[in-house]
Design a protein around this ligand. Sequence first.
Ligand code: ZN
Length: 285
Amino acid sequence: MSEVTYTVDGPIARIALNRPEYRNAQNVKMTLALDAAYMRAMADDEVKVVVLSGNGKHFSAGHDIGTPGRDIHEEFERTATTWYPHADKPGAEAMYVREQEAYLGMCRRWRDLPKPTIAMVHGACIAGALMLAWSCDLIVASDDAFFADPVVRMGIPGVEFFAHPYVMNPRKAKEFLFLGDRMTAQEALAVGMLNRVVPRTELETQTMEMARRIAEKPRFGLALTKKAINQAEDRMGMRDTMDAVYGLHHLAHAHNALTKDDHIGGQDAKSMKKAMQKPPPKDSK
Ligand code: ZN
């Protein structure tokens, strides 16, 4: 079974994360499959728009930190960066090189895809999954979707593709990270992270309708428009911010490795899930 599925519906390529038994936890096999799917959509002249979704109950629970398919120590081919192999490297070097390619580099590569991309999000969109959604141009979520970056609990200042202060304002980004609570789809819409929130039953039809309307526009015009907005974001400092924060992120990984059992502070999927309960209702004391 492939880690992602790929289908074409008229001018729209549909890519779906496909490890539903593990809430679409992202291992490197999935990253490579996702990259191959994006590149296939990019090269196909019939495809004008890409829609990314998750098969099963959730969009994605984030990076794989504990399934049997976890493959963080395995070597893999690099396409997003020019870094050398990581797996045999000591100390902080291995993770620094690995994540440069597998997370930051890949997400930047997908963000730069010269065709509009839409993340269609339902259920959980946690930590590493945010990077998959945020690297898309538009995000449509169902009303049952929820978002969180709980990695501060691991002592880490947010996920590697550090778009937090750009997809919401800086003060909200601090709250989102400090608390690590779930943000509902409606809250995420209100802070500007999402384009639309729709009923779960209409998620697919409304997203595809949006994709079809975009697909009516000229290919090159769409590519230039996308580039214009991405360039504006980078002039607002997003790219430089991510480079700077990547250093802090790996200071945190190294600190964890020096003081705890591993680079993620001894946490695993179970402990993270347990810690990240729904916030209490707003009116409760
Ligand atoms: Zn990391």
